[in-house]
Write a protein that binds this ligand. Structure first.
Ligand code: GRF
Length: 205
């Protein structure tokens, strides 16, 4: 049987990318990661891709005259890979509608909060400033609105009295790595069904 394929878009450290490809290598995700795409030539994720023997494509945002030209180039790279799934893992740019529309139901993102709380940047800082007692992460399908697509998986962590942004982010990150791999596994098992805003997780057959 042909295995499904996915590409990862990451802008920086790439610890989620690493966790995902580790699960692929262990055999717990039945799919192939065919490429890493980054907008940032200095992303540490590139080194992780090289170490794993995965092609890394740099589409350097800053060298394009405008966002339209950048997205033309990104679309062309994506089309060349023609993945079954696009995984945004710490990809720090808002994708335009053209790209989102091309991958409806086939593009997922992870966000370090329990959405719909604390969308956008510095979600962990927002949780601390608000004073929530619980924080967490959300894996969701990507739609036109930022951090607002149908939710696939959420995982929670406690917020401790002496937390700072870094300690909370570290605690959430452990859950991110698990949640993201689980969501990708379910996607390739064809167990995610989008019903309006809700994502039904079908039983293992
Ligand atoms: C993660 O916290 C993710 O939720 C957010 O950006 C961070 C990326 O971390 N979107 P990494 O690059 O995967 O280590």
């Amino acid at each position: 049987m042909n295995q499904g394929t996915f590409v990862v878009l990451a802008s920086g450290r790439g610890s989620n990318f690493q966790a995902i490809i580790d699960r692929v290598h262990e055999g717990s995700i039945n799919a192939v990661c065919t490429g890493l795409i980054t907008d940032n030539p200095d992303a540490y994720a590139i080194k992780r891709a090289e170490d794993a023997g995965i092609p890394a494509e740099v589409v350097p945002y800053r060298t394009f005259p405008d966002k339209i030209k950048y997205e033309d180039a990104l679309m062309a790279v994506l089309a060349r890979y023609n993945p079954d799934l696009v995984v945004l893992a710490g990809y720090m740019r808002l994708l335009g509608e053209r790209i989102v529309d091309a991958y409806t139901g086939k593009m997922i993102n992870i966000h370090p909060s329990l959405l719909p709380a604390f969308q956008g940047l510095h979600a962990q800082r927002q949780a601390l400033m608000y004073g929530t007692k619980v924080a967490g992460c959300t894996v969701h399908f990507v739609t036109h609105d930022m951090d607002a697509g149908p939710v696939i998986i959420q995982r929670t962590v406690p917020v401790l009295d002496d937390d700072d942004e870094e300690s909370l982010a570290d605690r959430i990150l452990v859950e991110e790595h698990q949640a993201y791999s689980e969501a990708i596994k379910l996607f390739f098992e064809k167990r995610l069904r989008i019903e309006g805003r809700r994502v039904r997780i079908l039983p293992d057959s």
